[in-house]
Design a protein around this ligand. Structure first.
Ligand SMILES: [Zn+2]
Length: 215
């Protein structure tokens, strides 16, 4: 079974993808994780990706496709997160999968309002000492900007700053919303309300997958 997780940043699609992995015992593939892993290990690919990102550019479609195809070529089942991000990637992905005599089974689109995405991400604060994560809107520390456990001053990650978050939301609208439409037209898109509690969201996802398996 091949499952695709689509959704804006901050919608929890990665968390849900990992729950699918655990519940159905299929590999979870995240292009973001592959990039981070390669950068950390200073591989050839990592160095390439790092220099692209340092220039403030997006990793190009060909390179992303190559990485994904290499990862999935021997897998019958998997859940993939953060891909395809553009129509070009979506078309090539489909060709690749079809050439292996397989098909995409389910595409999930996890939906959270823009207002809540911004709160989830820009409200996030991290303790540099113990790693505890807070949110100034949903899960405040007892004292403003101070860790409950060790009194350390909380920090905000660079990626969670409002300008970056807004830029990534725009990028999603421009590139990935057309991908959602693409799958809607193929009747394999399932929209999921991502504003509920994590396990409620997962129950909605599970219902779709279980119904699909029964068919
Ligand atoms: Zn702490």
């Amino acid at each position: 079974m091949i499952i695709v997780m689509l959704g804006n940043i901050g919608t929890g699609k990665g968390t849900q993808g990992k729950l699918i992995m655990k519940n159905y015992n299929i590999p979870y593939i995240s292009t973001g994780d592959i990039f981070r892993e390669n950068i950390k290990n200073n591989t050839e690919l990592g160095l390439k990706v790092k220099s692209i990102l340092n220039d403030g550019k997006l990793v190009n479609d060909e390179l992303v496709n190559q990485i994904v195809f290499d990862k999935i070529k021997n897998l019958d089942s998997f859940v993939i997160d953060g891909y395809p991000r553009t129509i070009y990637q979506a078309e090539k992905f489909e060709n690749f999968v079809n050439n292996l005599n397989r098909k995409l089974d389910i595409v999930f689109s996890i939906i959270v309002s823009e207002e809540n995405i911004i709160k989830r991400l820009t409200g996030r604060r991290i303790c540099p000492e113990c790693g505890k994560i807070y949110n100034i809107y949903f899960d405040k520390p007892e004292k403003d900007e101070i860790c409950n456990f060790d009194g350390e001053k909380l920090i905000q990650r660079e990626d969670d700053k409002i300008e970056i978050v807004k830029k990534r939301i725009e990028e999603f609208k421009e590139n990935t919303e057309p991908v959602i439409e693409y799958y809607r037209n193929k009747n394999i898109l399932y929209e999921i309300d991502g504003e509920k509690e994590i396990f409620e969201v997962f129950n909605d996802i599970k219902r779709v997958i279980d119904d699909y398996i029964k068919k």
